[in-house]
Design a protein around this ligand. Structure first.
Ligand SMILES: C[S@@+](CC[C@H](N)C(=O)[O-])C[C@H]1O[C@@H](n2cnc3c(N)ncnc32)[C@H](O)[C@@H]1O
Length: 218
């Protein structure tokens, strides 16, 4: 079972194959298309220590991230040579550095007050970190906490779930449309088979691995 302890253990044991060595290429390609005003707020759920956080902040946007692991958050600030302030609220450890705020705690404890006026959600390896039985709760919670005007850039993976247990978990595009289709207009920006992009996918037995990038607009 992939519960919170699973993720904390992975960070402690440095089993973080999901962490990308560079800024995500889809983020770099598509973020500008949302034409966010300078100073707009971007919400990064399940943010890990992704370089994406610093990149978004460097574009002049405020970033709010949520991440279970204190190790991940402190590694992010350390690796990016950023000083931070830390304080506790009733639900989160809050780390702040310039226009970056990272909340250490559980995504499911977030409320819409915590996200203020975020105008974009950047979901890379967050939805697909959830097992299938947990995903309806994830979609529902996301929709309940993000502002009614917030758009989303979403990167998913899909594969034959019988070939690998995950994470990452297979999220079929139809599922995204089923859960988000009433709230957003959904466009598929690109989709390709990335099974040969890294040796680990064939090694674990995958024969195909489809990565899809969606733009979700209100
Ligand atoms: C697959 S990783 C992706 C991290 C990041 N988005 C990236 O692109 O590198 C999923 C992350 O979500 C965190 N996580 C899992 N469940 C969470 C939850 N309920 N609340 C907050 N963070 C969670 C894990 O600790 C892990 O860092």
């Amino acid at each position: 079972m992939v519960d919170n302890q699973h993720w904390l253990d992975r960070w402690r044991e440095n089993r973080i194959g999901f962490h990308e060595a560079a800024v995500n290429r889809h983020l770099q390609t598509y973020m500008a298309r949302f034409a966010l005003p300078h100073g707009a707020c971007v919400f990064v759920p399940l943010c890990g220590k992704a370089h994406d956080i610093a990149w978004i902040a460097a574009q002049g946007f405020d970033v709010i991230g949520i991440e279970l692991s204190q190790l991940a958050i402190e590694a992010f600030f350390d690796e990016n040579n950023l000083d931070f302030e830390r304080f506790e609220t009733d639900r989160f450890g809050v780390y702040k550095s310039g226009n970056i705020s990272l909340l250490q705690g559980d995504f499911f404890d977030l409320s819409n007050d915590d996200l203020g006026a975020c105008s974009l959600v950047y979901d890379r390896a967050a939805l697909i970190a959830m097992e299938r039985p947990d995903r309806p709760r994830y979609y529902d919670h996301m929709l309940s906490i993000i502002p009614a005007v917030s758009n989303m850039l979403l990167v998913t993976l899909d594969y034959d779930q019988a070939e690998m247990t995950g994470p990452p978990f297979a999220v079929p595009p139809e599922e995204v449309r089923r859960y988000y289709g009433d709230s957003f207009s959904i466009s598929l920006l690109e989709s390709s088979d990335i099974v040969d992009k890294a040796p680990r996918w064939r090694k674990v037995g995958l024969t195909a691995l489809r990565e899809s990038v969606f733009r979700l607009d209100r």
